[in-house]
Design a binder for this molecule. Structure first.
Ligand SMILES: Nc1ncnc2c1ncn2[C@@H]1O[C@H](COP(=O)(O)OP(=O)(O)OP(=O)(O)O)[C@@H](O)[C@H]1O
Ligand SMILES: [Mg+2]
Length: 231
């Protein structure tokens, strides 16, 4: 199995007055290609801190983060954002779509920073939107869509540059349970097609769909459950 991402004794500390907060405290964790990992734990246990490092939105204070065989722990901001744009896709609880752009234009945003010619970007965004069941909503703006549809746009956008890893922080947190299940089924499909998935969640039902659940406490890994065949 190929390891696509790996934290090695990774810590993230924040100076707070005279003390420091250890938001992440010496974590070792590897992600294999095609794996599906849920990260769970109480509020403040370090889940988002870890996801932000895995997503190249932040760097470890000490220790290493290896992404695709490359140590990205000490990259400058512009190089880090290039890694982020080319290798990683994000889905957030709050969708984070751009209000004045249409569905197609939102999906195309990540491609604007790459070398994708506009006509190809348009073809790709139509294909992605169609795959997400949005074929009849291509010219709608976010406020003309339901929450579930907005999250589908966000997922399509996250796939725009064909990322190695898809990271999601509470992706169903704002959705009713039926719509949430549809989004989770969509993520299951993406994983079944080979995409590496990392999801932060408070919901044990979400955690149970993953191949393994990493339980965090006080910035450390408390326990890892292997879930066997996902439901
Ligand atoms: N910018 C910051 N400055 C200082 N401390 C921070 C900062 N960001 C996070 N922390 C601290 O680091 C710890 C971990 O925070 P983190 O956001 O990773 O938790 P979490 O597990 O995602 O929680 P939640 O479930 O509430 O989202 C917390 O104690 C938090 O107060
Ligand atoms: Mg968080």
């Amino acid at each position: 199995m190929t390891v696509v991402a790996q934290l090695q004794d990774a810590s993230r500390v924040y100076p707070m007055g005279n003390t420091i907060v250890r938001a992440l405290d010496g974590v070792d964790l590897a992600f294999e290609r095609g794996s599906y990992t849920a990260i769970m734990g109480a509020s403040g246990s370090g889940k988002s801190t870890m996801l932000n490092i895995l997503g190249c939105l932040d760097r470890p204070s000490t220790g290493k983060y290896m992404l695709g065989g490359r140590d990205v722990s000490d990259l400058e901001d512009d190089e880090l954002s290039r890694e982020r744009n080319q290798r990683l896709g994000f889905v957030f609880q709050a969708y984070n779509l751009i209000p004045h752009l249409t569905v197609l234009e939102n999906i195309e945003v990540p491609m604007e920073y790459g070398d994708v010619p506009p006509h190809e970007a348009r073809e790709r965004s139509i294909a992605l939107a169609t795959r997400m069941g949005l074929a009849d909503r291509l010219d709608h703006r976010p406020n003309e869509l339901s929450g579930g549809q907005q999250q589908r746009v966000a997922i399509a956008r996250s796939l725009a540059n064909d990322p190695v890893i898809l990271l999601a922080d509470e992706p169903t947190g704002n959705l009713d349970s039926k719509t949430g299940k549809e989004i989770l089924a969509l993520l299951d499909e993406l994983n079944a097609a080979g995409r590496t998935l990392i999801i932060v969640t408070h919901d044990p039902k979400v955690g149970a769909r993953a191949h393994r659940t990493v339980h965090m406490r006080d910035g450390r890994i408390l326990r890892i459950d292997e879930n066997g065949a996902s439901a």
